[in-house]
Write a protein that binds this ligand. Structure first.
Ligand code: TXA
Ligand code: MG
Length: 310
């Protein structure tokens, strides 16, 4: 962990860190984000690793402007109206993902939607412009702790991690962005920095609410990607009728990481699951160690293997 002043030299180093697959703490007007190149699966896996998140919640991508957002997401009339009214600012829009967006599937946790935000903070804007690409960033707090609104909060949370922290003082809003799914119907997924009433006034209609119990963790919604095929976990042996997902040195249809590297495995998880699912056979998964990112990988696999109907 190293704290940098958010002057041109600090910003240049942060951009270099992003370009080489590293992590930065990005100041925004809502809270600080823990950011990485959203197209680099290993860099995105490193975010989850540093946060110690026991599950793969999808992440928000941050871009400099609407034109860049359109490279990754589809924007309908409602979404465009919200984008033009509230961006740059404390609004995150969940939009249909463009095919061949180039984003790591770990960013979207395998979903067909992507959360996009254009922050207004001048330092965030400078970084995003100079980087000229999408930055995936959850709030820069260790999992289960409160969001960071100063560089010092980030430094305490990530003392031992390889993170460059851009210090831009206190976040003005100090509350995460409001998250709206484009729908239809436009739906409030998380209350935040922009009051829902303002969004409703712009749209000229009420925002729908997700079903009871879903709002606390939008990333865990039932729409979350689950393979069609049956999934057998902790398989010590693979059967002939199965396709297989390996981990560590072993023959398998797909291998998350032949060297047994959990960061690499996380980066490959959703792509490999999608590919195996397309093969229309039951899927057997080798044991994955329950440590570090292995916990999040196993959490995801257990959800994917759970009985359907929700
Ligand atoms: O203000 C903010 O939004 C901050 C700054 C850094 O931008 N970021 C932030 O990220 O709060 P995070 O990861 O702590 O919260 C993002 C939320 C998660 O609850 C996640 O489940 C949800 O956004 N999310 C992301 N992608 C989604 C998607 N495709 N569908 C539904 N929910 C999504
Ligand atoms: Mg958070």
């Amino acid at each position: 962990m190293e704290i940098l002043a958010s002057d041109p030299a600090g910003i240049a180093r942060a951009v270099q860190q992003l370009k080489t697959g590293g992590l930065i703490a990005l100041p925004t007007e809502t809270v600080y984000g823990l950011g990485a190149d959203a197209r680099d699966g290993k860099a995105v896996a490193a975010i989850y690793n540093a946060k110690g998140r026991p599950s793969f919640n999808p992440l928000i991508i941050h871009v400099a402007d609407l034109e860049t957002a359109l490279q990754f997401a589809q924007v309908d009339a409602h979404a465009r109206l919200l984008a033009e009214t509230f961006w740059p600012g404390a609004l995150t829009l969940v939009l249909p993902l463009k095919v061949q967006s180039g984003l790591s599937s770990l960013v979207t946790a395998g979903l067909e939607t992507v959360a996009v935000r254009i922050p207004a903070h001048p330092v965030a804007q400078s970084v995003l412009r100079a980087f000229n690409g999408p930055v995936a960033a959850p709030s820069a707090n260790p999992s289960g702790r409160i969001s960071a609104t100063t560089a010092a909060h980030v430094a305490t949370g990530f003392a031992d991690a390889d993170v460059l922290v851009l210090d831009a003082g206190r976040s003005d809003i100090g509350l995460e962005s409001t998250i709206v799914a484009a729908g239809p119907p436009p739906t409030l997924l998380r209350a935040g920095g922009i009051p829902a009433e303002e969004i409703e006034a712009t749209l000229g209609q009420k925002l729908a609410l997700p079903e009871a119990g879903e709002i606390t963790a939008p990333g865990q919604l039932s729409s979350h990607y689950a393979p069609r095929a049956a999934l057998r976990l902790n398989a010590k042996k693979f059967h002939e009728n199965e396709v297989s997902l390996g981990f560590g040195p072993m023959p398998a249809t797909r291998n998350l990481s032949p060297q047994g590297d959990l960061v690499e495995a996380a980066a490959n998880l959703f792509d490999h699951l999608h590919q195996l699912d397309d093969m229309s056979a039951p899927i057997a998964v080798a044991p994955i160690p329950e440590r570090g990112l292995g916990r999040a990988i196993n959490d995801r696999l257990r959800r994917a293997a759970a009985p359907r109907g929700r």
